[in-house]
Design a protein around this ligand. Structure first.
Ligand SMILES: NC(=O)C1=CN([C@@H]2O[C@H](COP(=O)(O)OP(=O)(O)OC[C@H]3O[C@@H](n4cnc5c(N)ncnc54)[C@H](OP(=O)(O)O)[C@@H]3O)[C@@H](O)[C@H]2O)C=CC1
Ligand SMILES: Cc1cn([C@H]2C[C@H](O)[C@@H](COP(=O)(O)OP(=O)(O)O[C@H]3O[C@@H](C)C(=O)[C@@H](O)[C@H]3O)O2)c(=O)[nH]c1=O
Length: 283
């Protein structure tokens, strides 16, 4: 039986992994929320690793508030970079494979084609820079790692763009949504499946992988599709207006579509529209 530690287990992705744990009785999971295991607390992390044996550590813990990170740089780096280094060291010392999640925001968005794993990174936000530093820290201290860069995650859990739009649409709010960025919305439940697949197949092709759903969209396209799937009567529909730019504190890449050629050796990818529909039908 494999033993897997999941940190940040009460976040969006952590809850998606918890949701499918029943289908994986061959795995003994240790789900740890931020209050149960603070990854910035090096001593507690080291003690926890010395008292338990983990084949894998799935790090779902992160500072993910892109806007707030601009004014909380220290906090973002502490969680996304320094704590990740300590976690990677604990993995190295205990022969644990680390599955770490990173982001499309490590790129500057100036490329006009999908980003491949070896493309030059150049983050344009504090969040993106802190996540890149986390990636580099892992690579410095550990060999057995999977860094999965993904984009625009949404699910029924946590706080995300999809849930914000559903809520606002139900309130019949006036929606003003940007067409400035192009990327790929990704169902976090699909990412959870990839993580479990890597563990179950005992994959040892370590390294960086890009994973998202297939296709591309602007946030406006994503919003339109969410509203379409809500099947609201005309009188119940919110007003939706596209804008070239929506004022924010943090800059975001204009293009952050990820190339999935490498990850397709591990799992099939599906279109973002199909995955969105599947989730909305389920709920
Ligand atoms: N959301 C997205 O659109 C995308 C996310 N990613 C990456 O995917 C991963 C998962 O993201 P997602 O699930 O959406 O994020 P969430 O913000 O939903 O979850 C992150 C979790 O980390 C926890 N956490 C924060 N600080 C610590 C800490 N010091 N110790 C332990 N746990 C901590 C949070 O707990 P608490 O709430 O109590 O602080 C929260 O439960 C992250 O690495 C993120 O950078 C990549 C691309 C897109
Ligand atoms: C709420 C809202 C946002 N926007 C814009 C702002 C921004 O440019 C874009 C996305 O908004 P958000 O702030 O919700 O998304 P953001 O926090 O940028 O999402 C990112 O999160 C991190 C964690 C990642 O790693 C990224 O992959 C990505 O998913 O939509 C509108 O145009 N209208 C709106 O009503």
């Amino acid at each position: 039986m494999k033993t897997v530690l999941v940190t940040g287990a009460n976040g969006q992705l952590g809850q998606c992994i918890q949701k499918i744990q029943q289908q994986h009785k061959e795995i003994k999971f240790h789900f740890k929320s931020s209050s149960e295991l603070d990854i910035t607390d090096t001593k507690t992390v080291n003690d926890y690793f010395s008292k338990n044996t983990f084949d894998y550590c799935v790090n779902c813990a992160a500072y993910t508030n892109v806007e707030l990170a601009e004014s909380e740089e220290e906090k973002a780096y502490l969680v996304n970079a320094e704590a990740v280094k300590n976690l990677a060291k604990a993995c190295a010392e205990n022969n644990t494979t680390l599955l770490h999640i990173s982001t499309d925001y490590v790129f500057d968005g100036t490329k006009t084609a999908p980003y491949v794993e070896t493309d030059t990174t150049n983050p344009i936000s504090v969040y993106g820079a802190s996540k890149l530093k986390g990636e580099q820290n892992i690579q410095e201290v550990l060999q057995q790692y999977f860094i999965i860069r993904t984009s625009w995650l949404y699910a029924e859990f946590g706080k995300n763009f999809y849930k914000t739009i559903v809520q606002k649409a139900k309130e019949k709010a006036n929606l003003t949504i940007t067409t400035e960025q192009t990327g790929t919305p990704t169902n976090a439940n699909d990412l959870a499946e990839l993580i479990l697949k890597i563990i179950n197949t005992e994959n040892t092709d370590y390294g960086i992988y890009h994973f998202s759903n297939d296709g591309e969209a602007t946030w406006y396209d994503f919003t339109k599709e969410i509203i379409k799937n809500l099947n609201l009567a005309s009188a119940e529909k919110p007003t939706l207006q596209s804008v070239a730019s929506y004022k924010t504190k943090a800059a975001r890449p204009k293009n952050s579509v990820l190339d999935k050629t490498k990850v397709r050796n591990i799992i099939e990818t599906i279109s973002w529209q199909d995955s969105l529909r599947k989730l909305m039908d389920e709920l």
